[in-house]
Design a protein around this ligand. Structure first.
Ligand SMILES: Cc1cc2nc3c(=O)[nH]c(=O)nc-3n(C[C@H](O)[C@H](O)[C@H](O)COP(=O)(O)OP(=O)(O)OC[C@H]3O[C@@H](n4cnc5c(N)ncnc54)[C@H](O)[C@@H]3O)c2cc1C
Length: 441
């Protein structure tokens, strides 16, 4: 299958190339050319905002041409290449290495990485579309792509030095899986109470401690590790470092066995006097907590998209069964009003969740404040995924409960949405804090 992102390159390049030559396109013209939809193909990595004044309002769920192509091609790729492997990967609790290779081949691991570094050079919403489409088929594959794109690649794009960018972006776009290592045995929701320590050495830093529940850690060879360089300064000592798996002192201690997303690896990592060169400092010393907050705010939109993709997959699977396959009392079960009302209610909730997800993504892309929108999207999308995938099991009766189909897997996979990248309570706290600020007189 041809690369998804490469197939779209003529389109993505159109806004910025004239006669095959890359040219600086004034923002005004770029905006005009893409006025049918807020989303442009140009990633917005600086802190500037897009002026929305002259844009024609469109439905939130309206996709640009490139986003539509992304959805269609990733959907096709997921159905043709990933779907046949989903059940086996879940049973084996392992990601098939060929799936990882194909994610890279398709350009889905470097969605926002510029083309000159081997990436697809697309925007944030395109990554969100890909994450959602992958989750419609397998939420485990989706989270691999999500963590890699929204947390790891974004961190390097935003804070990498020139040398780090040149060294790592081509690898992250084409062959090296990344992990984001913040949580620890003592710090989950209270993320910045982390106990992993870094100390300066003559040539760089020495890291001691451990991380827990780290996604992608079996497959990864690029780890963004948060450690405290100055514990007396509390969270202001937290610093981000780039670590590689073959560094002496680094070990993957344990692979967790899980309720859901079982093909996605989740491991404990240990750092035992792990020495890294000073070039591996990512961003500034003591700025790690700010970096993590900013990354997780964006990452939450990715998890929300994973959850709407999951809910959509569960819905399609069950609706197809109810409307086409299963007859009771001489009629298709989807024709009973009692079933139809449940199906209609669930579909409405799914579309409401998708509206929150794409609104948050568009706001982030426009450079607007999206923190509350991201929290609402993650909170609600994970609630909808849990409720819908549970209903879908019931709609399919015994066929929903057995491990022959995917209904029970979507149900198990849905639970994680309310836990990682901030539990539902933490999302509620974020939303409530902002409301309190807004409404306190
Ligand atoms: C499969 C999986 C993959 C993960 N991947 C990663 C990863 O790649 N990188 C990474 O760094 N981490 C990862 N995590 C960790 C994840 O982010 C944490 O599990 C999550 O933040 C919750 O922390 P905790 O498990 O310690 O729960 P706790 O913080 O102990 O929370 C337990 C309960 O207490 C509630 N609670 C806690 N504090 C409050 C409060 N102030 N107010 C109200 N309720 C509260 C929570 O909402 C929750 O219901 C992963 C976890 C899992 C399970």
């Amino acid at each position: 299958m041809a690369s998804v992102s490469r197939a779209m390159r003529p389109l993505t390049a159109a806004a910025a190339r004239v006669g095959g030559r890359r040219v600086a396109v004034p923002r005004q013209r770029l905006r005009f050319n893409t006025a049918r939809c807020l989303s442009t193909t140009r990633p917005l990595h600086n802190d500037s905002t897009i002026d929305l004044t002259d844009l024609q309002p469109t439905p939130i769920s309206h996709f640009s041409e490139i986003e539509t192509m992304m959805a269609d091609s990733v959907g096709k790729f997921a159905r043709e290449v990933i779907l046949p492997k989903v059940r086996d990967m879940d049973e084996a609790e392992t990601m098939d290495p060929t799936v990882v290779e194909q994610l890279f081949e398709q350009g889905l691991m470097g969605v926002e990485i510029p083309e000159e570094y081997g990436g697809a050079g697309m925007n944030f919403t395109a990554a969100i579309v890909a994450i959602e489409e992958l989750a419609r088929v397998d939420p485990s594959v989706s989270v691999m792509c999500d963590v890699h794109n929204t947390l790891v690649n974004t961190a390097v794009l935003r804070w990498g030095t020139e040398a780090q960018t040149k060294k790592w972006l081509p690898k992250l776009a084409t062959e090296t899986v990344g992990s984001f290592c913040l949580s620890e045995p003592v710090s989950g929701s209270d993320a910045f109470a982390l106990a992993t320590k870094a100390e300066k050495t003559a040539s760089g830093y020495k890291i001691n401690g451990s991380k827990m529940w780290i996604t992608n850690s079996m497959e990864a060879n690029f780890f963004i590790v948060f450690a405290n360089l100055n514990p007396s300064a509390g969270y202001k000592g937290i610093t981000a470092f780039i670590c590689e798996k073959d560094t002496p002192g680094f070990s993957v201690a344990k692979k967790e066995k899980k309720l859901g997303i079982r093909a996605s690896s989740t491991c404990v990592l240990n750092f035992d006097d792990m020495e890294i060169p000073k070039e591996n400092l990512l961003g500034e010393e003591g700025k790690g907590y700010k970096m993590a907050i900013s990354l997780l705010n964006e990452g939450r939109i990715g998890i929300a998209a994973q959850m709407t993709g999951l809910a959509w997959g569960a819905f399609e699977n069950a609706a197809s069964y109810c409307f086409n396959d299963r007859k009771q009392f001489g009629q298709l079960i989807g024709t009973f009003q009692g079933m139809q009302h449940q199906i209609a209610q669930s579909y409405t909730e799914l579309q409401a969740a998708r509206a929150l997800v794409y609104n948050a993504a568009r706001k982030k892309e426009a450079g607007l404040d999206f923190v509350r929108d991201a929290a609402m999207a993650k909170l609600y999308a994970s609630q909808v995924a849990g409720k819908l995938s549970s209903s879908a099991v019931e709609w399919m009766g015994g066929m929903g409960f057995v491990r022959e189909g995917l209904a029970e897997k979507f149900f198990r996979d849905s639970k994680i949405g309310a836990i990682y990248e901030g539990t539902s309570n933490i999302q509620l706290t974020t939303i409530a804090k902002m409301l309190q600020q807004e409404y306190t007189k």
